[in-house]
Design a protein around this ligand. Structure first.
Ligand SMILES: C[S@@+](CC[C@H](N)C(=O)[O-])C[C@H]1O[C@@H](n2cnc3c(N)ncnc32)[C@H](O)[C@@H]1O
Length: 289
């Protein structure tokens, strides 16, 4: 991973998705003006088809399977909060269906929860942290370039999820996919997020079926012996996810598995179609935080 300096955002094109009071109460960032000439400064987590550029490859190609990724949920007419927007393919899908989408990703400044193995030493840890900052910054550029070329209205907030506690806005639907595993404190994040959902909560993750189907376990990934991984912390058993939904006041109305193209570079991986599980919950009790 590159360790070059994080590029500074370029403003400013006029664009707005949320309106009125909600817009004022949310820390929506000004759109970054990223042009096609700056494609080399962008990274793409998702494969996207961009007008005037063509296909840009990302490690996840959800183009044929995005409906399944969200359990066939129709986002039309809903206000949506998506945590972990990355280069935006999921948010663009919702906006295309007619949702008012507010994405959310990390702010600058060593905010990604890199696993701090002391045995690595401070210099190596700093190198990793800078590397994640650079990658996330490049991914944000990929998002803003795509957003402008696709002409889809998606607003963005760059904040820590716990900061949502101080913002008095709720969304019809709240979505997060493959993001909580990257957090040191995912349970607090889950409840912060769930509290923002008026009606529907959608959670997508690789199902940890190896943890069984009866006990609410979380498995801790980091291993001090190998100093791996450095960007993932937890996987949750399916019963644990069910408990999280129930505690947050949601009844799970859909639980479905689907496969999605993950362009892994690992030659040992025979089937690039990664299994994901989608949980959709409907609110039954008022949120409490
Ligand atoms: C693995 S990608 C998932 C992208 C997308 N949600 C999907 O399912 O295709 C994880 C995303 O979560 C973001 N992320 C990681 N930790 C985060 C945190 N603490 N708060 C907000 N976003 C975070 C990363 O920057 C990245 O955009």
């Amino acid at each position: 991973m590159s360790t070059s300096a994080v590029l500074s955002p370029k403003t400013n094109v006029s664009h707005s998705n949320t309106t009125g009071q909600d817009k004022q109460r949310l820390p929506i960032v000004e759109p970054w003006l990223v042009t096609a000439d700056e494609l080399a400064d962008c990274s793409f987590y998702h494969t996207l088809d961009l007008p005037g550029i063509g296909m840009v490859p990302g490690c996840w190609d959800l183009r044929d399977t995005i409906d399944d990724y969200f359990g066939g949920h129709n986002f039309k007419g809903q206000t949506v909060l998506e945590l972990g927007t990355a280069s935006g393919f999921c948010a663009f899908h919702m906006a295309k269906q007619g949702a008012k989408v507010t994405g959310c990703d990390l702010p600058e400044g060593r905010m990604f929860n890199t696993v701090p193995y002391a045995t690595m030493g401070a210099a190596r840890l700093e190198e990793l942290r800078v590397g994640y900052d650079v990658y996330i910054d490049r991914m944000k550029r990929g998002f803003w370039l795509s957003q402008r070329l696709l002409g889809l209205p998606v607003d963005m907030m760059y904040l820590q999820i716990t900061d949502l506690k101080n913002i008095d806005v709720m969304f019809d639907t709240v979505v997060t996919a493959q993001t909580l595993v990257h957090m040191m404190n995912p349970i607090e994040a889950f409840f912060c997020l769930a509290a923002k959902a008026k009606e529907t909560l959608i959670f997508v993750e690789r199902p940890a079926t190896h943890l069984g189907d009866t006990v609410p376990y979380a498995m801790f990934y980091p291993d001090a012996g190998t100093e791996q991984p450095n960007s993932s912390w937890w996987c949750f058993s399916v019963p644990m996810i069910r408990q999280l939904f129930a505690i947050a006041g949601f009844e799970i109305v859909l639980e479905a598995d689907s496969r999605h193209l993950c362009n892994t570079m690992d030659p040992k991986v025979e089937n690039p179609m990664a299994l994901m599980r989608t949980f959709i919950g409907k609110r039954k009790s008022s949120p409490i935080l």
